[in-house]
Design a protein around this ligand. Structure first.
Ligand code: NAP
Length: 287
């Protein structure tokens, strides 16, 4: 008898639950302080992926009672002018949270921008203070995507203690922070990156992953035949292929062997919006 297909982790349903808790918290804060969190979303230049993301942010904020404004800045903005803008947002009493869409156009230093933002307003959790606190497990504002990945893994109900976790991609926004969160759950954690692939070793690491997180941005980099039977597969990658959003994992094959897998789209993305909104409320409380 052939194996039943793995369960598809429904990001929209998980996001809806987080949104419900956030909505209740916003109402409670409004009643106790007379104010609501206010999120400023910043987009530098035009980027179709960021366009989709800011539209989802706007819809979510409106439905949760969180104030929202989108500020579009020209692609040609200089580092100096952007720094001036950040200083302005830091002291703007109406704005309680700021999210800057990455990647920034060439010539702008994303790390410097993240470090200049008031950490209490950094709802993406990428200020060095948050990153440092994450190392100690103290962080109140974790990076949105790593928190979303952990929510999806938690939704499987799996006991993570001692599990082999393999992360493909070592970016500061996703791979590195999620490796810390999985370590905190006592997973045996391996982080793969471009050099792992170049040495032809990616397949052997992926093959022993009981928890697999792939965050690269290369369509179908991970083949379905590499997936360990019974694995939990979280596909973070999003690339446009023939106009279709496509993940980093060969879904149609992987779903036949994994116990749980996220679809692309509809997996990680909606949960990232939910963790961003939750962080926006947490930032408001820090102030
Ligand atoms: P990033 O900063 O470009 O990082 C990609 C990572 O993949 C880097 O660590 C890179 O290593 C590594 N890499 C590149 N080629 C590789 C290969 N052949 N084998 C193994 N590792 C390789 O991107 P990111 O911001 O982390 O985002 C990753 C993906 O997630 C993108 O597709 C992005 O669009 C998507 N994303 C989705 C959501 C969502 O809501 N679903 C949210 C955020 C991001 P080097 O730096 O050493 O080259």
């Amino acid at each position: 008898m052939s194996k039943v297909l793995g369960q598809i982790l429904d990001g929209r349903a998980i996001a809806a639950k987080i949104h419900e808790e956030t909505r209740r918290e916003v109402e409670r804060l409004k009643a106790s302080t007379g104010r609501a969190p206010f999120l400023l979303s910043v987009q530098v230049g035009m980027h179709s992926a960021a366009d989709l993301f800011v539209r989802s942010q706007m819809r979510a904020a409106e439905s949760l009672g969180i104030g929202y404004r989108l500020e579009r800045l020209p692609q040609e903005i200089t580092q100096k002018d952007l720094i001036g803008k950040i200083k302005g947002w830091n002291t703007d009493a109406q704005v309680t949270g700021v999210t800057i869409q990455f990647p920034l156009p060439p010539g702008l230093d994303g790390r410097e921008m993240s470090a200049l933002l008031d950490p209490r307003k950094d709802v993406e959790g990428i200020h060095p203070q948050h990153i440092g606190q994450a190392m100690f497990g103290w962080s109140r504002i974790g990076t949105c995507t790593s928190l979303a990945i952990m929510e999806l893994i938690a939704a499987t109900g799996a006991n993570l203690y001692g599990k082999e976790a393999v992360i493909v991609g070592h970016s500061e926004l996703i791979g590195k922070p999620v490796s810390l969160l999985l370590l905190d759950k006592f997973c045996t954690t391996t982080v793969c990156h471009v050099a792992t692939s170049e040495r032809g070793r990616l397949i052997e690491h992926v093959k022993r992953a009981e928890i697999l997180v792939v965050a690269v941005g290369r369509p179908h980099l991970v083949k379905g035949s590499w997936i360990k039977p019974g694995a939990i597969v979280i596909d973070v990658g999003t690339s446009l292929v023939d106009g279709k959003v496509t993940g980093d994992v060969e879904f149609d094959e992987a779903v036949k062997v994994a116990d749980f897998i996220t679809p692309v789209p509809g997996g990680v993305g909606p949960v990232v919006v939910a963790t961003l909104m939750r962080n926006t409320v947490e930032s408001f409380k820090l102030q």
